[in-house]
Design a protein around this ligand. Structure first.
Ligand SMILES: CC(C)(COP(=O)(O)OP(=O)(O)OC[C@H]1O[C@@H](n2cnc3c(N)ncnc32)[C@H](O)[C@@H]1OP(=O)(O)O)[C@@H](O)C(=O)NCCC(=O)NCCS
Length: 239
């Protein structure tokens, strides 16, 4: 679970990185670290006392990135940020996706969800059980659905949507490489978009790694719009 600590009177949030016990995303108020990035060094010292050994910081926009570079951080990865307005009509689901069964995720699906997730994401971004439960609990409301196929209920994919502050979020989606290209992701996303709309969300957001061209194509096709400013993940250049 994310933890809050006071560092020199400033509240800092420590969110374990995708369930990785060593790595943590450190978030101090943006205005504070932009004025004095030293707070991040102090926050990392506190994080070391908490047992973490790898520290990640998120930045948006050129100014924030430059401040982190000047403070001795290096850029590790870049994410696109996209939003889709809920007022748009829902996309059409291809017939090929109808062979799948869309159902509410239950504890019996967890191991398979982790298997599919790990087959789809490189280790740095892959989830373990802890990260999965954090993703589901990250927003006041969430929708966790799995797509199964065949008589033995093989897990072909899953999606987690969240809702908070009048906005929906596609927290995570993955389709087993053996089952990609059939419209399963489209069906999972349309289900989440319908849910967000029912809860009167204005829009639904998603982040994706800039080098993930398939995901970007999928989101653009479904009516998500790419924002001009993405998010970058930084870590100290020297550990
Ligand atoms: C991205 C991902 C979820 C797509 O799942 P999928 O079930 O194959 O997607 P769909 O069949 O619904 O594809 C819909 C559209 O997405 C795009 N797309 C998806 N996979 C693609 C690929 N391999 N090559 C090109 N375009 C692709 C296309 O626009 C496609 O429409 P089309 O079939 O008319 O060309 C799947 O590839 C995946 O799990 N990737 C790894 C995990 C991941 O990247 N998750 C999202 C990260 S935020």
């Amino acid at each position: 679970m994310a933890a809050l600590r006071s560092v020199g009177g400033i509240q800092v949030r420590y969110s374990p990185w995708y369930g990785n016990l060593q790595a943590v995303l450190v978030a101090a108020p943006t205005q504070v670290w932009m004025r004095d990035p030293e707070i991040l060094m102090r926050a990392m010292a506190v994080g070391r006392e908490m047992g973490y050994s790898r520290f990640l910081v998120q930045a948006t926009g050129a100014t924030q990135k430059q401040i982190l570079l000047d403070a001795g951080f290096r850029e590790l990865d870049r994410l696109h940020v996209l939003f889709r307005r809920c007022a748009l009509a829902l996309p059409k689901v291809p017939d090929s996706a109808k062979v799948g069964r869309l159902q509410r995720a239950s504890p019996i699906h967890v191991d398979e969800v982790i298997r599919v997730d790990n087959a789809c994401f490189e280790p740095f971004w892959a989830m373990n059980q802890l990260a999965l439960s954090e993703a589901v609990a990250a927003t006041p409301r969430s929708r966790f659905r799995v797509m199964t196929v065949g008589d033995s209920d093989v897990l072909a994919g899953y999606a987690i949507f969240g809702l908070g502050g009048g906005e929906g979020y596609l927290q995570r989606i993955a389709v087993d490489p053996d089952w990609q290209g059939r419209g399963f992701a489209t069906r999972l996303i349309v289900d989440g978009l319908r849910w967000a709309k029912r809860w009167r969300a204005r829009r639904v957001g998603v982040n994706t790694q800039q080098r993930n061209e398939n995901a970007l194509r999928l989101y653009l096709k479904l009516g998500f719009e790419q924002q001009t400013e993405g998010i970058s993940i930084f870590e100290p250049a020297a550990p």
